[in-house]
Design a protein around this ligand. Sequence first.
Ligand code: PXL
Length: 277
Amino acid sequence: MTKPACLLTIAGTDPSGGAGVQVDLNVFRDWGFHGLSVVTAVVAQNTQSVLRFESLSGRLVRDQLATLLEDVSPVGVKIGMLSSAEAVDEIATALEGLGGEVPVVFDPVMASGGHQSLRRPGTVEAMRQRLFPRVDVLTPNVPEAELLLDTTLSDVDDLIAAAEALAESGCAVLLKAGHLHARTAGPDEGIADVLATRAGARRLAALEPIDGDIRGTGCQLSSALTAALALGMPLPEAVETARRYLNDLLHSCRRRVGRGRPVIVRAEAPRNPLEDR
Ligand code: PXL
């Protein structure tokens, strides 16, 4: 019997099924992969706000990774919420053991959409030093890029420069423009993310904007990108396929499950992201 292809998410939890580990596994399923998951933090939150979170100890993150990876070999890894420097360290070490063939996508989650911080002090420096050199693609949004570069991004030229600066660490960078769009754009303008490698940065085709603020979009884009790369797509094609998949979900599957922000609900409309490529 052949083994199914597995993808691993290393991330925090969202009891409301809008973000974090819970949605990453849904995305992997959409793309035809079996989902593996290592939890870094347990978050008490709902669709309205984050109450609080606790980071799992570095040792427990290490043990989850070690015991899983001695048995199962993922073909791609997505990393989401990392709330402690100890967890960053353990994950960087585990990635070294995986070898360079397995694509690694890192969504450097810093805060919930409601702006509550999802990390402890010292985590950002550890990410920069230990993790960036081991990651294939970094997928920050505008506030995350601002924090990582200690700057303010106000227009498209700033986005290009920021993506290029982040790509100097060696990973490709998909800088998501949604927050800048919400701050500055006219009603008919699409959302044009920026993709950078060491060879330079460019704006991507504008996608139709969505009204309102939906939870978990960054988690789902980075998980879809991991899946597309694990299928062997070259980076530009993987990025475009993942962006179109997410944009389609945002327009067709947005539902309110509580009193707060809407989430993506797949229960009524299962997806096959590769169907209409
Ligand atoms: O969407 C960012 C994010 C990632 N991971 C977890 C979250 C959130 C936002 O709330 O809770 C666990």
